[in-house]
Ligand binder design. Structure first.
Ligand SMILES: [Zn+2]
Length: 321
């Protein structure tokens, strides 16, 4: 996935602040520790001198040192230091900066490459760059409220909308918590204002928290981006971004302006995702039959391998108004 310069610089700031916080904390702990156990300074000086002796021994004006002797002194000092920290009742790594990522010590680079933690921050930031970002922050499983769904039972079904939505909620929550790159795909259908986007974004939030990357976009803006790319005006490829993601969420399918290009583009996008085994959530206010009218049978037959979630109830936005 390519990221914009803004996202790179934001990610660097996050890593820098993690690093500084960890080092500041270590520094504070160290000062407190030395105040109580000043012998630490002597022990560490012995370690430092041993290391210096080794360096000097390989230098041109080399003073003769017995490397084995020096190594032994160093090891003994290390042991003493460990003992002292243990005796003081602290864990072994108490005086080391508690970096968020032990691999790269929050530098973001490991063996000259981007560390996984750096990539995770970049992905999280690119998700939060979504046009719907205030909505994204609000849309969690905790903030999903079943009280907006009627608890009056449907005579034929024997269930109320609230019962049905509770089931959907529980299933999607478990899905998000246990998400892997081999998870199922879903088709969310139902009228506007029934919480489809809320639950999809709740899945997104949980899945990204667990370290997966998600590509979320409305069908309309994907089509717009693909169109730009076709005419060579885009600086990053939507297809590459989607390919790099672990979960693809297409919102509001069917609301975009329909052209031969948009139909072909959406068909191809969904097909590629299915072929590569990528889990997807497709959200639409249209029913399957209506989608078929708009995109043809090719698309709806592909939805056969999706689990369909029918959202029910009364428009929540109207209830809030
Ligand atoms: Zn790292």
């Amino acid at each position: 996935m390519k990221f914009s310069d803004i996202i790179y610089s934001k990610a660097e700031n996050i890593l820098k602040s993690r690093r500084e916080q960890a080092e500041k904390l270590a520094d504070m702990r160290r000062k407190e520790f030395i105040a109580k156990y000043p012998e630490l300074i002597d022990i560490e000086n012995t370690m430092k001198n041993a290391a210096l002796d080794v360096i000097r021994s390989v230098g041109a004006d080399g003073k003769r040192v017995n490397i084995y002797e020096v190594a032994k002194i160093n090891l003994q000092a290390q042991e003493k230091r460990k003992e002292l920290i243990k005796k003081a009742g602290y864990p072994e790594d108490y005086l080391e900066p508690p970096y968020t990522c032990k691999k790269c010590k929050d530098s973001g680079i490991v063996n000259g490459k981007l560390c996984e933690c750096h990539l995770a921050v970049l992905q999280q930031l690119s998700v939060s760059e979504l046009s719907c970002s205030p909505l994204l922050a609000r849309s969690t499983f905790d903030s999903f409220d079943l009280k907006y769904y009627s608890d009056i039972k449907d005579r034929e079904l024997g269930f109320s909308p609230r019962d049905i939505m509770r089931g959907c909620y529980e299933m999607l929550k478990a899905y998000a918590e246990n998400f892997t790159c081999n998870s199922n795909s879903f088709f969310f259908t139902g009228a506007t204002g029934l919480g489809k986007t809320h639950l999809a974004l709740a899945v997104l939030n949980k899945v990204t928290q667990n370290g997966f990357s998600v590509y979320y976009s409305s069908a309309g803006s994907i089509v717009k981006k693909l169109e730009k790319e076709r005419f060579g005006r885009a600086d990053e490829s939507v297809e590459d971004e989607i390919e790099r993601s672990d979960l693809l969420i297409i919102d509001d399918l069917g609301a975009e302006f329909s052209t031969a290009f948009s139909q072909a583009a959406i068909n191809e996008l969904v097909n590629n995702a299915i072929l590569s085994g990528k889990p997807m959530i497709i959200i639409s206010n249209l029913s399957r039959a209506e989608l078929e009218e708009k995109y043809g049978q090719r698309l709806t037959s592909r939805l056969n391998c999706f689990e369909i979630i029918q959202f029910v109830g009364e428009d929540i936005r109207q209830q809030l108004a």
